[in-house]
Design a protein around this ligand. Structure first.
Ligand code: DX5
Ligand code: ZN
Length: 219
């Protein structure tokens, strides 16, 4: 099953609760947490995540683009995160951090930048529930999809199959109805879309366009 996760980063921040209603037909809500250190932008923290939790039934997929993510895992668990991903480039004690997420009852994801090779997942992949493959350099919405990441997604997908793991692949950055079929064919099952959803007036139609674009695609 392919799941669509609109990224709140491209929503109107002055009307966040209303914006949630417009994406009720999605499967997950993707929340981008940035610290101005790991990435050159600042966004939301656990207080906003917690405030939004009561306003929608969608599961919360928190993408931590922050240095030393382990320090903040408890705060996001407490805020109501259902999935938490941390960057492999930001966490020296990855296995421990992933275990903290799982112990807190959430799914644990490893996020990986476009330039980080798939090989770096070789051990860590055994300890996660999903890999979040970035198809832009994290920090901003509306960037251009980096096409050479697609073979890397295929590589990760192969690794998962060969090891017989139950790990999903989520793709984030420049995903729209045009690029989505390529990442799904490469093995992705969770599609994050910021500007392709919140940049459109009719969000339900935008979500549906991505869904139907991948409807007949199989990995
Ligand atoms: C970028 C964020 C993305 C972002 C994607 O650093 O991780 O989730 O919102 O936005 P689009 O879909 O516009 O590339
Ligand atoms: Zn993201």
């Amino acid at each position: 099953m392919i799941r669509i996760a609109p990224s709140l980063l491209s929503a109107d921040f002055a009307r966040l609760a209303d914006e949630l209603d417009t994406v009720a037909s999605a499967d997950l809500l993707h929340l981008d947490v940035m610290d101005g250190h790991f990435v050159p932008n600042l966004t939301i923290g656990p207080a906003i995540v917690k405030a939004l939790r009561a306003r929608t039934k969608l599961p919360f997929d928190c993408h931590l683009m922050i240095s030393d993510p382990q320090r903040y895992i408890d705060r996001f668990l407490d805020a109501g995160a259902d999935m938490i991903s941390i960057h492999i480039e930001a966490e020296p004690h990855l296995q421990r951090a992933l275990q903290m997420i799982r112990d807190g009852g959430a799914l644990a994801g490893i996020a990986i930048n476009p330039a980080t090779p798939a090989e770096s997942l070789s051990t860590a992949i055994e300890f996660c529930d999903y890999v979040l493959a970035m198809t832009v350099n994290p920090g901003f919405g509306g960037q251009r999809f980096i096409e050479p990441v697609v073979p890397k997604i295929r590589h990760i997908s192969r690794l998962i199959r060969e090891r017989g793991l139950r790990v999903e692949i989520e793709v984030d950055g420049g995903v729209d109805a045009k690029t989505a079929p390529h990442v799904v064919a490469a093995g992705a099952t969770i599609l994050v879309a910021g500007s392709a959803v919140f940049g459109e007036t009719n969000r339900a139609d935008a979500i549906e366009r991505i869904r139907s674009a991948v409807h007949t695609v199989s990995a």
